[in-house]
Write a protein that binds this ligand. Structure first.
Ligand SMILES: [Zn+2]
Length: 332
């Protein structure tokens, strides 16, 4: 009797193992099926009598660049207006400046290290993004939902008053964030900064090589890098000699064809749109027609998307399209 029971247990164990194996196989096939579906839905293959097979998809980054970099500057320091913004502009680049309104005055006296209302207005006019970093530079993991809402709304309204543009992104002071604060901060925005790499002088001790290696890694991984800086030539984490920062900007400019260097707002909006968009297209007699269906709020998400058209001769054509707008291109 005892042996019978043991036999039974061994048999059941083997039986279960087979079922577990089968279950794992089914799950694996589902997973593979899903990822295949994802690929095939992001690419559309079209056939044309004269052009042959044409493949179209929406680029991961604007203008089909390999990776994106956003330079973000925290805490509204005067060196952002006096050093960082002009250095970016000289190279045709733009940055994102996260400011907290508590200390920002209409104009700046000589010994004041904080940016002024006049300076952030001027920077907005020059194409930089001025955005929300709370009004009181509060640690949001220690604050109630109500107080966070009030604080963010106050800073949004003041920045809008000072610059003429309402912020649509956000960066957490001290990078302190939890599920609640992320949820609240995301309301009415294209996105919030939830990952970043700090660069600077007297705290981060970043060299030119550190920053270039970081950017090269983004190109290799075809991903989005968000740099967080504070001081440039003075203040918290500034460099005694900010040469590495200027050289890094030169490097970014040189890599323009591979790297999309753009504000946090624009890269964030592009990525959300590209992920959400569903492409519809037809190709008849060399004429490509279609539209990218996107259900996101158009008042926030209105960055043009890059359509990548690969012909049968492997020629790559890039076209800007607007989500939910019909496009038509003659390919032959
Ligand atoms: Zn801060």
């Amino acid at each position: 009797m005892m042996w019978r029971v043991l036999d039974m247990i061994i048999y059941l164990k083997q039986y279960c193992r087979v079922w577990y194996g089968l279950l794992a196989l089914i799950l694996f096939m589902c997973f593979m099926g899903c990822s295949d579906n994802k690929d095939s839905s992001s690419y559309i293959m079209l056939n044309d009598d004269t052009l042959g097979k044409v493949k179209i998809h929406i680029a991961q980054f604007y203008q089909n660049r390999k990776a994106a970099i956003s330079l973000t500057f925290d805490d509204g320091m005067r060196c952002h207006a006096m050093v960082a913004a002009p250095a970016l502009e000289e190279r045709g680049l733009r940055g994102t400046f996260f400011v907290y309104g508590r200390n920002i005055l209409p104009t700046r006296s000589e010994n004041d290290y904080t940016i002024s209302q006049t300076e952030i207005r001027y920077m907005t006019e020059r194409g930089h993004e001025i955005s929300n970093h709370t009004f009181n530079h509060i640690k949001m993991t220690n604050a109630s939902e109500d107080s966070i809402r009030r604080d963010l709304a106050k800073n949004d309204s003041l920045i809008e008053l000072w610059t003429g543009k309402r912020p649509v992104t956000f960066a957490f002071p001290y990078n302190a964030r939890n599920d609640m604060s992320i949820r609240v901060a995301k309301e009415g925005r294209v996105g919030v900064r939830t990952f970043e790499t700090g660069f600077g002088g007297n705290v981060c001790h970043s060299t030119y090589e550190d920053m270039v290696n970081w950017a090269e890694d983004k190109i290799k991984k075809m991903s989005w890098g968000v740099a967080m800086l504070h001081g440039i030539n003075e203040g918290y984490d500034g460099w005694e000699d900010p040469e590495p920062f200027f050289l890094f900007l030169d490097y970014l400019k040189e890599k323009e064809s591979e790297l999309w260097v753009e504000t946090f707002r624009d890269v964030c909006a592009y990525r959300e749109e590209a992920n959400a968009a569903k492409l519809h297209a037809t190709l008849v007699d060399g004429v490509l027609k279609g539209y990218a269906e996107c259900k996101l709020d158009v008042s926030l998400f209105n960055h043009p998307l890059t359509l990548v058209i690969t012909t049968s001769k492997q020629e790559v054509i890039l076209k800007d399209i607007m989500p939910n707008h019909n496009f038509q291109f003659v390919l032959k």
